[in-house]
Design a protein around this ligand. Structure first.
Ligand code: CO
Length: 464
């Protein structure tokens, strides 16, 4: 039997799930060399929230963080999460931006790009797959796992075959809500392994209390790689603890062969950092609690807490149960989109509007209209004419790949950013987060502006 491989998520999903992605680069750097000696398959270090939090809250350049991590991690692969044609942002980008972003991510240090689409519309993965292959990255296509009348094992097997034909190097089952049941996981992985030789990786969350069992059954079924988080950033809405899983399989034929002494050192280093965030209330103990309601309503833990805080701000906490019951109905109306960013927020908000306004689809967010127009891609099942009419009237929906409607935009965005665009990375930062990036870049270049304000800006490519 092949040894089980382990991806450490603490530096991306772990701190994203528990402390709103607030780990600073200076907190990460001193322990990287030790992490590199653990024997992990890969480290997940980058994604939408890590990028966003860097420029929005930490005043750090996310590209610089990546380069520093790469400098300190020589043996272990670095991994990132990418939302297909949305990249790390919240809209569809033109193919030239997708190409440039992937090129620079790889040049700055990323080895493996896990790419997914919220609707499992593979047309939204096309440009990413092409670019990852072009720049010699490892392309891992992820299925956004959810349950519904269309999301059958057959559906997933077809999807995986399609991804294989499109050139993916490995497959990830992305169970973002933690709703994959242990025996279903066993069955699904067995069947996937019977139709493909590609490596299969499993990603889940502890939210509902079944994650360790899922991994146990998945490993029995022959899963190749699992995602875990080192103990100080594990559990609750994060992943199961690395040390416990590593020890569970240590005596078996799937021994992941991690260095337990090094793991201990990493955990000891991160514990006081975790405790500091707990004291500052950035780590809310609530996220560490088990929430089996996610299994009942099949919604991600993050969506539950979002709905709670939205209802709280409207003084309507008594409507919580009604909203939760409305979520699956809205989801069915919209053709069963998986509840992952951005669909989870969109479906949640629509359910909330339906309940609070006292009339279904009286209030409709713009994003829901765009979704029904086809601008996010194809819904898993067809949306009924009735619902379509309620949401966009007699407007025509598109059925082509949404990005086909977007002209190349890199040069245009670069021009728009003007003197703040000092390298291609800056342009991409701005393209992804146009509201936050200008302020961040002004701050970043403040020093040199003060020195000589009229000095001509030299456009450099940092990664040449
Ligand atoms: Co996750």
């Amino acid at each position: 039997m092949k040894k089980l491989r382990i991806t450490e998520t603490a530096l991306r999903d772990g701190h994203q799930s528990l402390i709103a992605t607030r780990l600073k680069t200076e907190e990460i750097l001193p322990i990287l060399k030790t992490i590199d000696e653990v024997g992990y398959y890969s480290l997940e270090v980058w994604g939408g929230a890590t990028f966003d939090a860097c420029i929005r809250f930490l005043n750090e350049d996310p590209w610089e963080r990546l380069r520093l991590i790469r400098k300190n991690v020589k043996n272990t692969k670095l991994q990132m999460l990418l939302r297909g044609q949305n990249l790390l942002g919240y809209r569809n980008y033109a193919d030239d931006i997708v190409d440039k972003f992937i090129k620079l991510s790889i040049e700055n240090g990323i080895d493996i790009i896990r790419v997914f689409d919220a609707l499992n519309d593979v047309r939204n993965l096309e440009a990413s797959i092409k670019a990852i292959k072009k720049y010699n990255g490892h392309c891992q296509c992820a299925i956004s796992y959810t349950t519904s009348e269309v999301h059958t094992t057959e559906y997933y097997l077809n999807l995986i075959k399609t991804m294989e034909n499109m050139g993916t190097d490995s497959i990830c089952i992305k169970d973002m809500a933690g709703v994959l049941m242990p025996y279903e996981a066993y069955d699904l992985i067995k069947k996937i392994k019977s139709i493909t030789n590609l490596d299969v990786q499993l990603h889940t969350h502890c939210t509902s209390g079944i994650a360790d069992m899922i991994y146990m059954k998945a490993v029995e079924a022959g899963v190749d790689i699992i995602d875990t988080a080192i103990s100080p950033f594990s559990g609750g809405t994060s992943q199961p603890p690395t040390e416990s899983l590593a020890l569970t399989f240590a005596g078996m034929d799937r021994n992941p062969c991690l260095n337990t002494q090094k793991l201990l050192e990493v955990a000891e280093y991160l514990k006081p950092i975790r405790d500091k965030y707990m004291k500052e209330n950035i780590l809310n103990p609530k996220v560490l609690l088990t929430e089996p309601q996610t299994l009942k309503y099949k919604v991600p833990g993050g969506m539950l807490s979002n709905l709670l805080s939205q209802l709280n701000s409207q003084n309507a906490l008594d409507k919580y149960e009604y909203v939760l019951r409305e979520v699956p109905k809205v989801r069915a109306d919209l053709g069963y989109p998986p509840l992952v960013t951005p669909m989870s927020q969109m479906v949640g908000t629509q359910a909330l509007f339906n309940v609070i306004s006292g009339e279904r689809y009286k209030l409709i967010p713009k994003e829901i209209k765009d979704y029904v127009r086809g601008n996010y891609g194809k819904s898993p099942t067809k949306i009924s004419e009735d619902i379509k009419e309620k949401i966009i009237g007699d407007e025509e929906a598109i059925d082509i790949r949404p990005a086909d409607l977007i002209e190349p935009e890199f040069e245009k965005i670069k021009k728009e950013l003007g003197y703040l665009a000092k390298c291609d990375e800056d342009v991409l930062t701005y393209a992804l987060f146009p509201q936050v990036a200008p302020k961040f870049l002004k701050e970043k270049y403040k020093e040199c502006e003060n020195k000589n304000e009229t000095e001509e800006v030299i456009y450099i490519n940092l990664t040449m």
